[in-house]
Design a protein around this ligand. Sequence first.
Ligand code: NAP
Length: 243
Amino acid sequence: MDTTPIALITGASKGIGAATALILARDGFDIWLNYRGDHQAAATVSEAVVALGRDCRLLPFDVADSNATTVALEPLLEEATPFAVINNAGFAADTLMLTMDFEREWKRVLSVHLDGFFLVTKLVLAKMLRKRRGRVVNIVSTSGQAGMAGQVNYSAAKAGLIGATKALAQEMGKRDILVNAVAPGFIQTDMTNDLPWDAILPKIPLGRVGRPEEVAEVVSFLCSAKATYITGQTIAVNGGIYM
Ligand code: NAP
């Protein structure tokens, strides 16, 4: 590659996204770091990226907001084209379907995961196509592969993203833009802090919760020169909970 490659990571102020930013920085990427509202956490990740000798641009915007996404990304895309886009921003709003609120829990969860993927990726893809190279990695979930009670919204969003991954991989293959998904199982982050671990751990063959870095290493592999013949795949990082 001629210049330092850039990775745009959504939802990278904490958790899996933050770990991905640090590991991609370690592996030679400058980082465009999106997040929604936690400026302090994002600044801490940014400092760590800079300490690794890489640039970090902080990009606070809601990935489900078309206008905010365009306003944040378009000026940067005039200057440079990311080699990799990691669609990681997300959240869960768990409840049984019978008690699920249509706007707040169904539409919002689908919007952040699916609209977020669409809006961010479409803007960057237009530029990637001209370079005829690039990687898109979508962070999905075991929930989107197996379905999970209490997560009809989240399972639908992540299953949708797996379908979008396969379709986009087919559209982009000839241009050498590789599109894959990584499906974490239970990973220790803010999102999973309050889960009933005593009930969950016995169901995981490896008998423990995963670390964000264990997901991030697979993302980095998919963005590397070691992964030139993998596209349209969903790679599970789940301790064996779904096979
Ligand atoms: P987390 O620790 O709660 O972090 C979520 C990140 O997403 C934060 O940086 C947050 O930004 C950002 N974010 C949320 N909504 C956003 C929006 N609308 N626009 C832009 N940024 C937004 O979550 P995590 O556990 O690392 O999860 C990361 C991804 O992995 C998600 O897609 C999640 O569904 C998936 N996943 C997680 C697990 C798990 O066990 N943890 C398992 C499977 C899949 P602010 O905090 O700054 O607002």
